[in-house]
Write a protein that binds this ligand. Sequence first.
Ligand code: ZN
Length: 383
Amino acid sequence: MTETRKLSSLKHLAKRYARANRITQHQALDLVAGKLGFANWIKLVSACKNEWMPDSDQMASIEAFVAHALPAADFRTGHPEILTRRFAYLEQAEHGTIGDHAYRLQVIFHDVVVAGDGWSIKVPENLGAAPIVETSTENDGRCPVFDPEFLQEALSLARERAIQVRGEISTNWPRRSTKPDLDGVVRHPLWGSDSDVWFCLHCNGKITGAQIAQSLWHCPACGASPLDIFDTAFWCEEGGESLRPMKTNGAVDRAEADFCVVDDKPRLDLNEEKIILLIRSALLEDATNISEKLGALRAEINVDDENDVCIALEEDLWPQDKEPIKALIVAAQLGLEVEFESMWSTIPFAWPGLGEGTASTSEYTQMMLDAYAQHGASPDTET
Ligand SMILES: [Zn+2]
């Protein structure tokens, strides 16, 4: 890479960083210069004139730094060293521990989720929405999220990543979408229209360009997504003229998280369908030959309101004196009374006794086909 290209590539990186963090380009240039040990960008440029050039390691570190699009807050107050530490912290944040508690961190459709055993914390993409803490139990002293210190640490971890995610989103948007011009005009990141006033289809909010840019195109009042934000309130008769402007100065991360207990333990709903499934499975175990297997498959099993079971078995397929022992055991386990009945219906194949001689379906199939053939009829025409 030539000297000039290195310099212009640094400029390009600074530009991307500026966009991701919604700061001015010269702030970003100074930040990049700071990362390379200069007081500001002008100092860096004059060093270049004196034949200083970033080496490839330095270029790579700036690239990585920009790729992680750290938040503007750090830039304003921060020191390059703090940023570097934070960068390292974020890099290893996918799996980690807080105290003795392991967690994993994931980004799911722009929402950041930190989760561990029996708890999860979601920081939604929408800056105005409160983080959601989910646990499987009320506070029984075991789940770490009820410890305020733990919660704060986990929350800040998720928020750090959320800032990065938002930065990545806005990097892909037009610059004007996140940086209002002097008249407060911003460009819709999806529709591309320019305006200094915007309307939320969801809550009828009237939002300034600065507000909507700051909240990354989510409604500051109701959190509606950029898809619901328009430059005219076309759904109102007078185009939204009378709608009252929104008071908020744009959304900020809400300090408080919403807690909810989610019972995700598997729950057994022993309904008729499941009872029938278990009983039929047991009947199949009781069946020792193909006739009985067909009998088990075709058995009519009914469960009444008291959850008692009536099993009707085809007389031609299931011997009348054969007790389905396994089915009785399963019924007893489920606390069900069982009643047996015999039934007579049209059985699927002629000569039901054929199946009594084998436990192999393919062997039975062949015998059945042969029997039909011997009687000069195909199974299709026989009734
Ligand atoms: Zn709204």
